[in-house]
Design a protein around this ligand. Structure first.
Ligand code: PMP
Length: 400
């Protein structure tokens, strides 16, 4: 029965990890995957996560019963408060519901399923470029019309704000607009507060459906409130909207699939119906969500000492990334690498969109430095030990 099955194209980011793992070159560097690494290039279990796990392991009142379809109630509340701030008016006015999901991806997929199956929406706009999975997630949910809005300006290596506004202004009513809530992946360029305000006004005027994707709260500035600014601002705008929240990065819970879909409704009374429909969508996709990651997050968020500890550990990650940006830039400057590289330190979050061409990327790969063909690098793959080698190889690629 499988004789007519052809191979699907490889998933680039996982292919890079395999190339990296298989390489025997002692100088190899993986700048592909968006996962935090320590200064020694190792994955990091946040100490506060470890503490919460030990506490959970010793708590004999816990069990492995199914969670409710919508997820762990305390998790949903704590996660939403973290995103919006516990005093946000939409929380006080009961205009928020939330649904535990399988990571940020699951939150996007759940939101997309609802928007397609319940709302009958069919057009979605994603930034050009965007996280490579946005398009597929929405198509899988039945969105047949995936469009791009301009975002990256390769000339200035910054935001093409005018192009973005023009494209959003031309979007049809009820088009779903995916906006990266903080630390845009892959460009590392976010709109300014004034630009966010203009974007929100267009969405309101044109009756567009805003779907924020917030996968990096804490990773841009190191401050959770500051990184929640855009989500909080949109929640203030008297709009119906969704926010997909991920705990993969800021808790380092990549393989625990811990996410939350936050739903804000201008009419709080309609949330009862929304909730019942959302639960149907969950039931047919994963029936009910996994426990472990959500319980870790809840344990940390609800304990003020753990919460403070976690904030310190987020800062460690954000600071190390900033330091690597600076060291990469310093090394390129020292080498006199042709071109302006200031965007490396201007960009924020985990990624830098280097502006390297596909040919230059190939050159780096031939030297065992693995990165996406778009030229995106994960700053987490850099360490003080390998940054000089990476800079030197970029320099060679540019001069080749
Ligand atoms: N959205 C964006 C913009 C991302 O970068 C990622 C993770 N790479 C996700 C969503 C998905 O996050 P998760 O791993 O929690 O599914």
């Amino acid at each position: 029965v499988f004789k007519n099955v052809d191979s699907a194209p490889p998933i680039q980011v996982f292919q890079l990890t395999k190339l990296f793992t298989d390489s025997t070159d002692p100088k190899k560097v993986n700048l592909g995957v968006g996962a935090y690494r320590t200064e020694e290039g190792k994955p990091w279990v946040l100490p506060v996560v470890h503490t919460a796990e030990l506490q959970m392991a010793n708590d004999l009142t816990l069990n492995h019963e199914y969670l409710p379809v919508a997820g762990l109630p305390d998790f949903r509340i704590a996660a939403t408060q973290l995103l919006l701030g516990s005093n946000h008016t939409v929380i006080a006015e009961n205009k928020v519901e939330s649904f535990q999901a399988l990571g940020g991806t699951g939150a996007l997929r759940l939101g997309a399923a609802f928007l397609k199956n319940v709302m009958n929406f069919n057009v979605v706009y994603v930034s050009d470029p965007t996280w490579e999975n946005h398009k597929g997630v929405f198509q899988a949910a039945g969105f047949s019309d995936v469009r791009l809005y301009r975002y990256w300006d390769s000339e200035s290596r910054g935001l093409n704000f005018r192009g973005m506004c023009e494209d959003l202004s031309n979007a049809p009513e009820n088009a779903v607009i995916i906006l990266h809530g903080v630390a845009h992946n892959p460009t590392g360029i976010d709109p300014t507060k004034e630009q966010w305000e203009a974007i929100a006004n267009i969405c309101k005027e044109k009756k567009l459906f805003v779907f924020l994707d917030c996968a990096y709260q804490g990773f841009a500035s190191g401050n959770l409130d500051e990184d929640g600014w855009a989500s909080r601002y949109f929640a203030d705008q008297d709009l119906d909207l969704f926010v997909a929240q991920s705990f993969s990065k800021n808790f380092g819970l990549y393989n625990e699939r811990t996410g939350n879909l936050v739903v804000i409704s201008r009419d709080p009374k309609k949330l009862t119906e929304v909730r019942s429909q959302m639960e149907i969508q969950i039931r047919i996709m994963w029936s009910n969500p996994p426990n472990h990651g959500a319980r870790i997050v809840t344990t940390v968020l609800k304990n003020s000492a753990y919460f403070e500890e976690w904030k310190g550990q987020i800062l460690i990650m954000a600071d190390r990334i900033k330091k690597m940006r600076q060291e990469l830039l310093d090394n390129l400057k020292k080498l006199g690498t042709p071109g302006n590289w200031d965007h490396i330190t201007k960009q924020i979050g985990m990624f830098s969109y280097t502006g390297l061409t596909e040919k230059q990327v190939e050159y780096l790969k031939s030297k065992s430095i693995y990165l996406l063909s778009s030229g995106r690098i994960s700053m987490c793959g850099l360490t003080s030990k390998n940054v000089e080698y990476v800079a030197k190889t970029i320099d060679e690629a540019i001069r080749a």
